[in-house]
Design a protein around this ligand. Structure first.
Ligand SMILES: Cc1cc2nc3c(=O)[nH]c(=O)nc-3n(C[C@H](O)[C@H](O)[C@H](O)COP(=O)(O)OP(=O)(O)OC[C@H]3O[C@@H](n4cnc5c(N)ncnc54)[C@H](O)[C@@H]3O)c2cc1C
Length: 479
């Protein structure tokens, strides 16, 4: 089955607005040249709609790009790559910019949302997914067949952006990184040539694209494995903030014994002007009664405010956390934890989380800590994650002045938990200013860098977090 896409609507040019642009002359001449090269809509500095077009999902990040191009299909995307290679403007593929870093000076921002076809093969349990397709589309298409993909918490994150960076799914404990569910990719390389990449056709590029980010090629479509989800259970539990010690105690008990099919997240939540709250979000790939039994220890923490748990369908996976789907302005942080001891739990709860909105623990382990199950296929660049928990935080940044307070509180929490942090961060959780070097063990980083120099020596492609970026300021943290 196939889901369609919208037709192009070209931008209008504002009268009398011109400027200059680095590699290809004036903004106006850049726009003319780009429009002559590609069929999809193009906007350059000075055009009406330029600021809307260049704005990422994370509104806290400014992207000082030179132009925005929206290819209509894979051929059009290849034309954009050739244009970038010819003119020296780096090409920044970005489905929507949940992970935007702002490292975008003079770039051509390539928006893939017009290439969002999703075609399912329920017999082979695979989906062919266009570069701009979002997880919600795949989950909705897979739902009638009792199948799901290895999606994360948000239905509006793109499959490509997420899976290229590894992708930590609700079902990662059962099935591993989403990157390891990628079977094949259609790409355009740095010379502008379209290629089909598999483990057999180009093992090194296949390895890099499974978790190493999108710095080595432009992906136009990918084929992913789906997994059975004939029965799925999940939902959210909410308590007042004062219940946090009891809920965290139950969380440690539940996660210590959890089967791989169960994934549970613990959150401290504090909306400005409201009372603090404690939340648990969970999914279980199995019968509801089994899921409910596994979560029973949480019932000891009395005073539950809401409980949305019940039978779920894959299409409703996004309802578990009900994260905002509209663009937001905020800063996140992430750390991997080696253990959740009494002392670590105490440090986590020691102070109010303000001005952060959310401090969350995600249970990892299971298949994420093992090489992929398919014998003979090497683990992708995301490798394996042996850390059992991910700590992630989020603070709203309604104006630039709020950023420092959010960063300070995130750094304070990291200091409080220092003995339990490895310093590594999953690539999809890198935040603006952090380097790809924080996401990969040294041998994987060296391999990604060598491949970048070999396949894209002139830097045609630029990822949110480039693999040749500066060393991580957190690189000295213990590994
Ligand atoms: C609300 C929210 C929930 C999230 N939940 C999860 C989660 O549960 N698990 C998880 O792992 N992550 C999660 N993330 C992080 C998310 O996976 C990253 O932000 C990721 O960058 C995907 O976002 P995007 O689709 O907007 O991609 P963008 O941020 O637009 O792009 C990400 C990068 O992917 C690469 N890329 C994208 N498309 C292509 C392409 N066609 N060709 C080459 N390279 C490409 C580029 O290098 C680009 O820099 C979440 C983020 C938010 C904001």
């Amino acid at each position: 089955m196939t889901t369609g896409k919208t037709g192009p609507t070209g931008p209008t040019r504002a009268a009398g607005t011109t400027g200059t642009t680095g590699a290809a002359g004036t903004d106006a001449s850049l726009g003319d040249a780009l429009r002559a090269a590609v069929r999809g809509p193009v906007v350059v500095r000075g055009d009406d709609g330029f600021d809307d077009a260049r704005r990422p999902w994370n509104l806290a990040v400014d992207q000082p790009v030179a132009a925005v191009v929206e290819p209509l299909d894979a051929d059009d995307a290849a034309a954009a790559v050739r244009f970038a290679a010819r003119t020296g403007h780096p090409l920044l593929p970005q489905p929507s910019g949940h992970g935007a870093s702002g490292d975008a000076a003079d770039a051509l921002l390539l928006r893939t949302h017009r290439m969002d076809d999703v075609t399912l093969d329920p017999v082979r349990r695979t989906a062919r997914v266009g570069a701009g397709a979002k997880w919600g589309q795949v989950l909705t298409a897979a739902d009638p067949y009792g199948l799901t993909g290895l999606a994360g918490s948000s239905p509006v994150v793109s499959v490509a952006g997420y899976a290229l960076g590894g992708g930590l799914s609700w079902f990662g404990r059962a099935h591993g990184f989403a990157a390891h569910s990628v079977r094949a990719l259609d790409v355009v390389d740095a010379t502008g040539t379209a290629r089909h990449v598999t483990a057999e056709s180009d093992p090194e590029l296949f390895w890099a694209l499974r978790g190493g980010g999108g710095d080595h090629a432009l992906v136009t479509a990918l084929e992913i494995d789906l997994v059975p989800a004939p029965e799925l259970y999940g939902g959210a539990l909410l308590w007042p903030g004062a219940a946090a010690p009891d809920v965290l105690g139950a969380y440690r008990e539940v996660t210590a014994a959890a089967p791989d099919a169960l994934t549970v997240w613990f959150s401290l939540v504090h909306f400005p002007g409201a009372e603090p709250m404690t939340a648990v979000h969970a999914t279980y790939l199995g019968p509801p009664e089994e899921g409910a039994a596994l979560l029973r220890p949480f019932e000891r923490a009395g005073g539950t405010l809401t409980d949305s748990r019940g039978a779920l369908s894959p299409a409703r996976l996004g309802s578990v956390t009900a994260e905002p789907t509209a663009p937001q302005s905020g800063l996140s942080s992430a750390e991997l934890l080696t253990e959740l001891t009494d002392e670590a739990a105490e440090a986590l709860l020691a102070r109010p989380i303000e001005p952060l909105l959310n401090v969350q623990l995600r249970h990892l382990g299971g298949a994420l800590a093992r090489p992929p199950a398919d014998a003979g296929t090497e683990a992708g660049a995301c490798g394996v994650l042996t850390e059992p928990y991910l700590l992630s935080t989020y603070g709203r940044v309604p104006d630039p002045g709020a950023a420092a307070g959010v960063r300070e509180r995130q750094a304070e929490l990291a200091r409080d938990l220092r003995p339990y942090l490895t310093g590594r961060k999953p690539y999809t959780y890198l935040s603006p200013g952090e380097s790809a070097a924080a996401a990969f063990p040294a041998p994987a980083l060296a391999r990604l860098r060598a491949l970048k120099r070999e396949r894209d020596p002139r830097g045609v492609f630029r990822a949110n977090a480039p693999v040749l970026g500066p060393p991580s300021p957190l690189g000295s943290a213990p590994r």
